[in-house]
Design a protein around this ligand. Sequence first.
Ligand SMILES: [Zn+2]
Length: 302
Amino acid sequence: MKSLSERIEEIRERICDADYIIIGAGAGLSTAAGIDYGGERFKKYFSDYIEKYDMTDMYTAGFYPFKTEEEKWGYWSKHIYTNCIDMGSTRLYEKLYELVKDKKYFVITTNVDYQFMKSGFPSHKVFATQGSYNYFQCSKACHSELYDNTEIIKKMVDSIDDDLRISTDLIPYCPRCGELMDTNLRKDNYFVEDTRWHMQNNAYKSFVNEARNHKTVLLEFGIGFNTPAIIRFPFESLTFNNLDWTLVRFNRSRLEVALEYHKTYRLVPLEILEEYDVSNNFVERYIPVSEDIESVVDELLK
Ligand SMILES: [Zn+2]
C-alpha cells in the first residue's frame, strides 16, 4: 500500500477531476462519527438494560426476544430516541457534505439513523435502502404508507417504568388492519418500500447510469460483510467495468476485493491484489484506506 499522504493526494486529485461522486455508507461511518453502538456509549445510556437483559451492545440488543410489547418498546423507543431523535448532526457527516457539496453527487446508505439529512445532504440526493428509525409501518405491511414516529417515541420514552416497560396504551397498532406497528427497518419480508423509497431507488439508478461514461469517484465508508450485496459488491463491479471510475474504500480491516475469476467471485486480499489485475487497471483505480476516516477527510478539506 502506498503511504497515507500519497493516497490522500491521489484521492484529492481524483475528487477534483471527477464529474460525479457516489458516496456509499455503512455502519462503520456512523461509528466513526461517534454514534457507537457499543462500549462506553452503550453503558452510558443503557446501564439498566445491561443489568436486566445482559445486553452487550445496541446491535445485538436489536435481536433480543422480548416477551411483551411493553418491554420490546421499552428498549426500542430508547434505542430510536438515543440514536436518531435525540441525536443531532455530527461533525464527520457535516465534513462529508463540505467535501462533495459543490460536485454532482448521490448517496446510497444502509444506515437508518438519518445522519446524512441531519448534516446537510438534501433528502432527494440520499437513498436509504434499509429504512429509517423515525418511521413506523404496519408490521404485516398491509399498506405501504410510513408514519413519522417522533412524538410517539418521545411519549414511549417518558413512560418507561422501573421494569423498563412502556405504558400499554402507547403500543402502536396499524390504523388499517389493527396489527402491531413496527419500525421501518429491513429485517423480514414485511419491510415497506413506500413511494419515496422507489423514487430514491430510481434516482440512484439514473445517477449511476448518467455517470457511466464520465470520471466518477466512489467513496465507500465503513461497509463490511453484513449486507455486502447492497453497496460493497456493486461498487467493486461498477469500478471494475468502468475504466474512468475510482473506488476509495474506507475500512478499518476489510480492504479485500471480490473479483471475478474464471466465472466465480473470489475475495482477493489487498496484499496479492496486483497479481490478480489481469484485464484492466483496476489496481490503479482502487484506493484502500484503513486509517481514521475523519482525519483523512480533514486532510482532504485543507
Ligand atoms: Zn396493517
